[in-house]
Design a protein around this ligand. Structure first.
Ligand SMILES: Cc1ncc(COP(=O)(O)O)c(C=O)c1O
Length: 428
């Protein structure tokens, strides 16, 4: 099918809320490694990886082979029957997850993983109230939209009671007009007052992303999580680390983002990069927390043999190709190159992130969000064959998240294209 027919049918038959990038949306036909190929055959260097999902490159031969093998053998049984792939994946997660996390529940998406985690926290603590973060993103169910801290992603979704949003550590736009480290982490300490004044004094959980993804790769100072989690635990709450974007080596040097911040979560939630693009969500909990839920629960497709095979193969590739380290090393190089770009282009207000999860916040004078210019950068990078992502509550953050097995040469190519795109945007 040609581009025009795909776009016509997209417009005619899909819900308009399903947003696409670019003035003229870009349909793809094929992927290989770090490249995607359009319907017209044109190649693009993919530095967004299907929203931080393609961890080991498009159609990695090992992952593809395992999926095909499993599809030919057995595709679906439901969670009513244990399957080797499911228990092997759960065992693997228990080994690589932060200390103490042992038992898994598999679903199909990050949204469901978060739903499961919040439900477990409520059951375990026999408490209802939850603390989430401003600028966070948790998914598209009613609960996860309510947990989300950005109006644009909450349409029709704020009806769940008992959720309070704490200030995130958005140092570039500090809510208290303070500067780190002199601020004494006022945003983190405020969680005590938030709980004392807006809840019953006891909470079920605090849920947060170690680096806020959709929020624009907002990266807190190292002390932030220790302070907040300590306060939450004093009020009876569990800590859920949403690793949907930061998990599986993305942040470099560690399997999970929260491991950078010196706190041990009671649960993590995973999806996206876990299975390289095959639908998969997981909630991994401390045994004590998991065991407190003894009621009935089912996920028809959750932990199906094909998705579990894809996840196992993805994790094996990450291990064998040492991609957690590669994300740290090449991520460090990417960061250095982006800092150089910032020196050159006044449009770049801040570079932030960790590993192969790097963001550029684009601003005009006085930090006014550069919402128009970012679109120009998008069109210019597209014309030159580079795919990047967008985020931030003000729609002005470029999100860069290539597959974990890219090389420095790929970074050089991406930075060269970005450089040209910024020149074009600044000239307009
Ligand atoms: C941090 C985070 N949590 C949860 C979700 C929801 O995941 P899904 O889209 O798979 O439901 C997302 C999706 O972008 C996310 O970034």
């Amino acid at each position: 099918m040609n581009v025009q027919d795909i776009l016509r049918k997209h417009q005619q038959y899909m819900l308009p809320s399903m947003i696409t990038y670019y003035q003229e949306p870009l349909p793809f036909q094929r992927g290989e490694g770090q490249y995607l190929y359009g319907v017209d055959g044109r190649g693009y260097l993919d530095f967004f990886g299907g929203i931080l999902t393609v961890s080991v490159g498009h159609c990695h031969p090992r992952v593809t082979e395992r999926i095909c093998q499993q599809v030919r053998t057995l595709q679906h049984t439901s969670t009513l029957y244990p399957h080797a792939n499911m228990v092997n994946l759960a065992e693997k997660l228990a080994h690589i997850a932060p200390r103490g996390l042992q038992k898994s529940f598999f679903t199909n998406s990050g949204t469901e993983a978060n739903e499961t985690a919040i439900m477990l926290a409520k059951v375990h603590t026999d408490t209802q109230e939850v603390i989430a973060l401003r600028h966070g993103y948790s998914g598209r169910s009613a609960l996860s939209m309510t947990l989300t801290g950005q109006a644009s992603w909450r349409v029709g979704g704020t009806q769940i009671l008992g959720i309070q949003h704490a200030h995130n550590a958005y140092c570039y736009r500090c809510a208290y007009n303070r500067a780190y480290p002199d601020c004494d982490l006022e945003c983190a300490h405020d969680v005590e007052e938030l709980i004392q004044t807006t809840t019953s004094g006891r909470v079920a959980a605090f849920i947060a992303e170690p680096i806020q993804g959709v929020g624009g790769f907002i990266t807190p100072p190292p002390e932030y999580f220790r302070i907040v989690v300590d306060i939450v635990r004093q009020h009876g709450g569990l800590f859920i680390s949403d690793e949907v974007q930061t998990g599986f080596g993305r942040t470099g040097g560690k399997w999970f983002g929260i491991e950078h911040w010196g706190v041990e979560p009671d649960m993590i939630t995973c999806a996206k990069g876990m299975a390289n693009g095959t639908p998969m969500g997981a909630t991994v909990a401390r045994a004590e927390v998991a065991d407190s839920f003894t009621g009935l629960s089912i996920s028809t497709f959750g932990g199906n043999p094909v998705s579990c095979a894809a996840a196992l193969a993805t994790i094996e590739v990450i291990e064998e190709e040492k991609l957690v380290t590669n994300a740290q090393v090449v991520g460090g190089y990417l960061r250095q190159r982006l800092e150089e770009l910032k020196e050159k282009h006044p449009l770049i207000g801040e570079v932030r992130g960790m590993g192969l999860m790097q963001g550029l916040e684009l601003v005009r004078e006085y930090k006014e969000p550069a919402r128009v210019e970012i679109l120009q950068v998008f069109e210019a990078t597209k014309r030159r064959g580079l795919l990047i992502g967008k985020g931030g509550s003000y729609g002005n953050v470029i999100r860069i998240a290539p597959p974990l097995n890219i090389a420095e040469a790929d970074v050089d190519e991406a930075v060269r294209i970005l450089d040209r795109a910024f020149v074009e945007a600044e000239d307009q």
